[in-house]
Write a protein that binds this ligand. Structure first.
Ligand code: CS2
Length: 488
């Protein structure tokens, strides 16, 4: 950080008007508690909420909760929780200062303060970006994983929770008169319904009446969230300092595109998000499936093959004609036909827009970041599409190629021999399977029921496609295989 420059803070805002909308701003009270204060939330929901307040008023300041580490709080508290969003596309960079975040709590340090914040009567919404693994879901049933160590722990000491369902239920129990709405913003299929199920399961295990009340009285709208938001680097910190003339310890780089589709069920009220461009709908399912399968499915396929081929960032990957060709074909012929979308939704324009977004050279979105947590991401992104295609009697070769790429990635080496680091809640188990060698890995991993449901794993068409793709990657390399699969 540039020690000679002053720190970003609220006093400095009048000098930073170039980086703020020219609309009067009134500091809001806190109306939302957000669990999981990562870069994504700060560039997505926090900005929609700020724009909604600018357009429609209301007190929807955000109290962010970090569930594990203190680093975001440590970076942002000295700057009054302000930070900048570095919006980048081919037209260059715009820097916008974000103001909706009003407070940050670090759950392991001050769990009671987190519960108190959730129980403040002005808080009408508790929203979440805790990633797939934060839901403590049993992948076999979709319900709560009662063997998850955090759940085992929390059920024994429910007044001092550590898990996401534990926090939600401990707070809801105290808010029986005026419950908040629980808003999932993670990339999960039916994210609201999934969160409702684990929360109700957890509450029921403690007290069946509480479980029934949550089921009847608490709203869990589902949402589709979309904005590409890479992790912050020191180069981003330098860029923020150059643009602002002051130090922002944790700016957030982002593309300019953003989309948010929300089921409109907020009995306790909500910000005027539609005035900030969000789409309020009755049923988010078609939008969510389109985004998860087209964007995230492409992302995951692309990054495993790219990492094997020693390609570091997403823009470099889609600049490669073999990988781009593969994605184009995958989206057009394999994924788009599985989607049931409203008449107004043009799948092929959506595809073209996605390819353009992924090509954004200013983002430098690292493949290894997207490669994280594959065991959690592959089912909603690729496996559901494969299952739908098999049911309809179609082949799954290209969908299996992404999964095979992930299996090769588990072996821990790129084609040039560079180390590929596995970061995954199932890392120990998956690495142990990989340590037994490349031969037979497909069969061993396919037997992991938490990832591959029996109906899919035992379908010989799927296992044969997977085995062929895995062998081709080992024999011909990622790029040659991508080229061949693009024209199958
Ligand atoms: C990415 C997503 O990291 C990942 O797994 O696929 O974070 C992706 O960038 C967002 O969902 C875009 O909205």
């Amino acid at each position: 950080m540039n020690a000679a420059l002053p720190r970003l803070n609220r006093q400095r805002l009048p000098q930073l008007s170039d980086h703020l909308p020219a609309i009067p701003w009134k500091e809001p009270r806190i109306g939302i508690v957000h669990l999981g204060l990562g870069n994504f939330h700060r560039a997505h929901q926090a900005m929609y909420t700020e724009d909604a307040m600018l357009a429609g008023g209301g007190d929807w300041g955000i109290c962010g909760v970090s569930l594990r580490r203190p680093d975001t709080r440590d970076a942002l508290a000295p700057q009054d929780y302000l930070y900048s969003v570095l919006v980048r596309d081919t037209n260059g960079q715009r820097v916008r200062i974000a103001r909706a975040l009003r407070r940050i709590l670090v759950a392991p340090e001050e769990p009671q303060a987190v519960l108190d914040a959730m129980c403040d009567e002005h808080v009408k919404i508790v929203s979440l970006t805790v990633t797939e693994k934060g839901y403590c879901q049993d992948p076999k049933t979709g319900g709560l994983d009662f063997e998850h160590p955090l759940i085992v722990r929390d059920l024994k000491d429910p007044d001092h929770p550590q898990s996401v369902p534990g926090y939600l239920v401990a707070a809801l129990k105290r808010r029986r008169q005026h419950p908040f709405t629980v808003l999932s913003c993670d990339n999960l299929s039916h994210n609201g319904a999934a969160l409702r199920r684990v929360t109700v399961d957890y509450a029921t295990a403690l007290d069946p009446a509480l479980g029934r009340w949550i089921e009847d009285a608490v709203a869990f709208p589902s949402t589709m969230v979309d904005r590409i938001v890479p992790a912050t680097t020191d180069a981003d910190r330098d860029a923020a300092a150059r643009a602002l003339g002051c130090v922002d310890a944790w700016p957030v780089p982002s593309e300019s595109y953003r989309q948010w589709v929300i089921e409109d069920r907020f009995p306790a009220g909500r910000p005027a998000w539609e005035q900030a461009g969000a789409l309020m709908v009755d049923d988010v399912t078609p939008y969510e499936a389109a985004k998860l399968r087209m964007l995230n499915g492409s992302h995951s396929t692309l990054v495993y093959l790219s990492l094997l081929a020693d390609i570091e960032t997403v823009d470099q990957a889609v600049a490669n004609p073999d990988l781009r060709g593969l994605l184009h074909r995958l989206m057009t012929d394999d994924i788009a036909p599985t989607l049931t979308v409203p008449a107004s939704f043009d799948r092929l324009s959506y595809r073209d827009q996605l390819l353009q977004r992924l090509a954004n050279p200013a983002l430098k979105h690292r493949c290894i970041q997207i490669a994280m947590d594959g065991s959690q991401k592959l089912p909603p992104r690729l496996l559901g599409t494969a299952a739908d295609r098999l049911r309809a009697g179609y082949g799954v070769d290209r969908l299996a190629l992404g999964v095979a790429g992930w299996m090769r990635f588990l072996l821990g080496r790129s084609e040039s021999g560079a180390a590929l680091e596995l970061s995954d809640p199932m890392a120990a188990r998956l690495s142990a399977l990989a340590a037994q060698g490349a031969d037979g890995l497909v069969e061993r991993v396919l037997a992991v029921r938490e990832i591959f449901p029996a109906a899919l794993a035992e379908d010989p068409r799927f296992s044969a496609s997977l085995k062929n793709a895995y062998d081709a990657l080992g024999r011909d390399g990622a790029l040659a295989t991508a080229r061949r699969y693009a024209s199958l």
